[in-house]
Design a protein around this ligand. Structure first.
Ligand code: AMP
Length: 418
């Protein structure tokens, strides 16, 4: 099947061709015709399935169906996504796919100056990609008019709920026009997602490309049992022995990410860390250096890594297993993307065996294990409880809507960034 049969017009087909896409991915095959038929959609799809094009292409097509109104442009499509990186990447896609169309778009997220964003709104935009915190700041300042929104996308909705955005989302929904098309994308379907979709979607069409809560089949998963103190040496050893380039490594904490990145650099492996305590500039630079190959290993926390989009990322390493099993699926979804084989390797110490059990329960299968000679775990070491990090899931969820710009709103937006 080619893109030409999906009902997209020539300017989009031209942009798709220039992107080098020859055929639609499964989510695109399903989602594009349904969205074009103006139905609400509930889609179960992980990052890496091509879901961004799955919603962006038909929205661009539908925007063209209505006669262009004269005068100032108004926001007609609103795409909400949990993190800055994801917002930036979606916006890049909107620009690429829409480059032969007459629409303007902008991306807004916290951690950067608000004035240029206000300037963009003043000039008028058709499509806005936003993180909820900064969008609420604009709503509070009355610098954005959402009264003409026709399309709403909630991207990575499960992650937005995990990050405590539910009340922000509700506040945003409350000011949108009632008549609009809603598209909800989520990698997993928890009860909270079901509740949100029940309240938001109108007779939605359900699309599921990867089976519920299952990891991409293109990802080869492997566990190396190892003692905690030997993990770093094992990781350096694996990277050097197999001559891995472009490895994304996950740690549970920001401090752990920094420490590991420093240690790897001392081992002669060029690496950088990204997490919420890094400035936006530092994160963008680290990601660019990783993409260009100057940085071989990118060490990231779960939330910071969300939405990192690097084509054909070959290796993902769980230096520590996540304490939330769904995060394992999100993590390994960074590899084996859009039809290429990837490898996800987890270094698991005795403290993490319960996490491993939970993950295997969610996956409904055992992950193969391989002991590496010289790094076999010491059977006499007893498990110790893992200290729970204080992350966004533990943050209070019932914040008040700020109706005017103030310091706490800005701090809040900053705090919530991964
Ligand atoms: P996403 O799931 O939207 O994050 O997309 C994952 C990656 O797949 C991105 O790098 C896209 O550029 C790429 N992609 C999306 N659609 C296609 C397609 N039809 N063919 C090849 N690559 C694609």
């Amino acid at each position: 099947m080619s893109f030409t049969t999906l009902g997209l017009s020539a300017p989009l087909l031209r942009a798709i061709k220039e992107e080098g896409y020859t055929k639609p991915t499964p989510i695109q095959k399903q989602a594009i015709p349904i969205i074009l038929s103006k139905k609400d959609v509930l889609a179960g799809a992980q990052t890496g399935t091509g879901k961004t094009a799955g919603f962006t292409l038909p929205i661009l097509e539908l925007l063209g169906e209505h006669a262009k109104s004269k005068g100032k442009r108004s926001v007609r499509a609103l795409i909400l996504t949990p993190t800055r990186e994801l917002a930036a990447q979606i916006h890049e896609n909107v620009l690429s796919y829409g480059k032969y169309m007459p629409y303007t778009s902008t991306v807004i997220f916290g951690g950067v100056g608000i004035n240029p964003q206000i300037g963009n709104f003043r000039r008028g935009v058709d499509i806005v990609v936003a993180t909820p915190g900064r969008l609420l700041d604009h709503i509070g300042r009355r610098t954005i008019d959402l009264s003409r929104v026709e399309f709403l996308v909630l991207d990575e909705a499960d992650r937005m709920l995990d990050m405590g955005f539910i009340n922000d989302i509700k506040k945003i929904l409350a000011i949108l026009p009632k008549k609009r098309q809603n598209l909800l994308f989520s990698a997993t379907f928890s009860n909270d997602i079901k509740k949100l979709s029940d309240s938001l979607l109108n007779a939605p069409k359900l699309i599921e490309v990867a089976r519920r809560n299952t990891a991409s089949e293109l990802v080869e998963q492997l566990i190396h049992p190892v003692d905690k103190v030997k993990k770093r040496a094992l990781l350096s050893n694996l990277i050097k022995k197999h001559n891995w380039s472009q490895v994304l490594v996950f740690t549970r904490t920001k401090h752990g990410a920094n420490k590991l990145s420093e240690q790897l650099s001392k081992d002669g492996i060029n690496s950088a860390a990204i997490h919420g305590n890094k400035s936006q500039g530092a994160r963008t630079k680290a990601l660019a250096n990783f993409k260009s190959g100057d940085v071989r290993v990118l060490v990231a926390t779960d939330i910071a890594a969300r939405g990192i989009d690097i084509d054909q990322l070959p290796y993902v390493v769980n230096f520590e297993l996540p304490n939330v099993s769904e995060d394992y699926i999100h993590r390994i979804g960074r590899t084996g993307r859009a039809g290429t084989q990837g490898q996800a390797i987890s270094l698991v110490c005795v403290d993490e065996l319960q996490y491993l059990k939970d993950i295997e329960k969610l996956l409904k299968r055992k992950i193969p294990q391989e002991r590496i000679v010289g790094f076999e775990p010491d059977p006499t070491i007893k498990p110790e409880p893992i200290k729970k990090k204080s992350n966004s899931r533990n943050r209070p969820r019932n914040r008040k809507l700020d109706t005017k710009p103030n310091k706490s709103a800005n701090n809040r937006a900053r705090r919530r960034q991964p």
